[in-house]
Design a protein around this ligand. Structure first.
Ligand code: PMP
Length: 407
């Protein structure tokens, strides 16, 4: 929140908070306009609390196909106010005082407070950076989950693990071996898995997104969470969903019914039509789910080049629309301050937005308090941006480089 406010005040170019600055696809905007301006008065009124029927039906068809099982739209799918509310429902529904929830670091920052609000205790397990081969850029694949370390965090107190693949902020796409290790431990310890897959379509270089719920023994213990915000580039619509077995979703429905109750009908109708289109075009080149990652991969490569050219070492992401870069070579601009408790990257990001007009998010924000200081020389940039925004970023970085070399 602090960095969003700073960006609003000072930034010329905002690569901080994660949202596209390009428009959503026409077919989706048109579907929304039809929903609000058409003949149907019903789309202005309440719909079914757990999801507008056309949307849960198409989500059940779509995810049923992906997971290889028949899904019942009424009991295996629930529509939420963004993926955020689906996460909130999971923690509220299942986590109680005395429960532990395993969170893989770095993590999307709301997981920790949401676990604590439910009375649970977060237990952190870090992705470990293995040294990249000399002469090659770092990749998000260089950050690995150590199966022995992960196993050491599970106990009889473990209620659940939160999995986020592709991962915000690193862009790591978890491989089959890592997911199988998670699955084995969940089954052995009777733990649940909250699988945050909001970036499921944003994977690059031909990589495949794997769904943990499709692994043996995992369907019955997994809630899979998605977001139209990321899927269709409409973060402001706040339409998300949870998919899973009825015996888990029934508890999410209780939380949803007694808090939010309902999500905006017209937005759900438009997202339903978007999914209907994608179902028909599934796997075809015209599918938005294929077109969007193609475009984003080019944007990723453009930002990688801009950052690398000035000496910020990018970690090339396999997925998501985020990119983390190493700022250790910029100590001459922002010297270390041993008397400050604030992580270095946080001071650096504030300095950068005020002095250079470029907003990014400090990497340490994605770690628990105890681990922030060991990950404080990276920044996270969002590259879901128009050409012009990426060009303006490049201009700022080049001018900065010229200044540095002349001083
Ligand atoms: N999970 C992750 C990993 C995210 O990055 C975000 C949004 N930044 C969300 C969930 C929330 O998604 P929504 O906007 O659909 O609530």
């Amino acid at each position: 929140v602090e960095f969003v406010n700073l960006a609003a005040t000072y930034s010329k170019v905002n690569l901080g908070q994660g949202f596209p600055d390009f428009p959503p696809p026409d077919f989706l905007k048109e579907a929304f306009m039809r929903a609000v301006s058409g003949q149907s008065q019903a789309l202005h009124q309440y719909t079914r609390a757990f999801g507008h029927p056309p949307l849960v039906k198409v989500l059940a068809q779509f995810f049923g196909k992906l997971l290889g099982r028949d899904l019942d739209p009424m009991t295996n799918v629930m529509v939420t106010v963004g993926a955020y509310q689906a996460l909130f429902c999971c923690f509220q529904a299942f986590v109680e005082e005395g429960n532990e929830v395993i969170i893989i670091e770095p993590f999307f920052d709301c997981y920790e407070p949401m676990v604590r609000m439910a009375g649970g205790t977060p237990v952190f397990v870090p992705l470990r950076l293995k040294a990249p081969e000399a002469g090659r850029l770092m990749s998000s694949a260089d950050w690995e989950l150590d199966p022995a370390e992960l196993a050491s965090k599970f106990s009889e107190r473990t209620k659940a693990i939160v999995l986020n693949s592709p991962n915000n902020p690193l862009g790591k796409v978890f491989g089959r071996r890592e997911l199988e290790a998670v699955a084995r431990l969940c089954v052995r310890h009777g733990a649940l898995c909250f699988s945050d897959e909001v970036y499921e379509w944003l994977v690059y270089d031909g990589r495949q997104h794997l769904r943990v719920a499709s692994l043996p023994g995992m369907w019955e213990r997994t809630v899979t969470i998605g977001s139209s915000g990321k899927t269709f580039s409409v973060t402001g619509w706040k339409v998300g969903w949870a998919v899973g077995p009825d015996q888990l979703l029934q508890h999410l429905r209780t939380v949803h019914q007694n808090s939010v109750y309902h999500c905006a009908t017209a937005a759900q109708e438009a997202v339903a039509q978007g999914f209907q289109r994608e179902l028909e075009l599934y796997g075809k080149p015209e599918s938005y789910f294929r077109q969007l990652p193609r475009e984003l991969q080019q944007k990723r490569d453009s930002l990688v080049q801009s950052l690398a050219a000035v000496g910020m070492k990018p970690i090339v992401p396999e997925g998501t629309y985020f990119l983390v870069a190493d700022i250790s070579e910029f100590k001459s601009d922002v010297p270390e301050d041993p008397s400050s408790d604030e992580p270095y990257d946080s001071r650096f990001a504030k300095w950068m937005v005020k002095e250079k007009g470029l907003a990014a998010i400090p990497f340490s924000a994605f770690f628990c308090d105890a681990h922030k200081s060991s990950h404080s020389h990276f920044l996270r940039f969002c590259f879901a941006k128009e050409e012009a925004t990426l060009k303006a970023t490049n201009d700022i970085l080049q001018a900065w480089k010229r200044e540095k070399s002349s001083s």
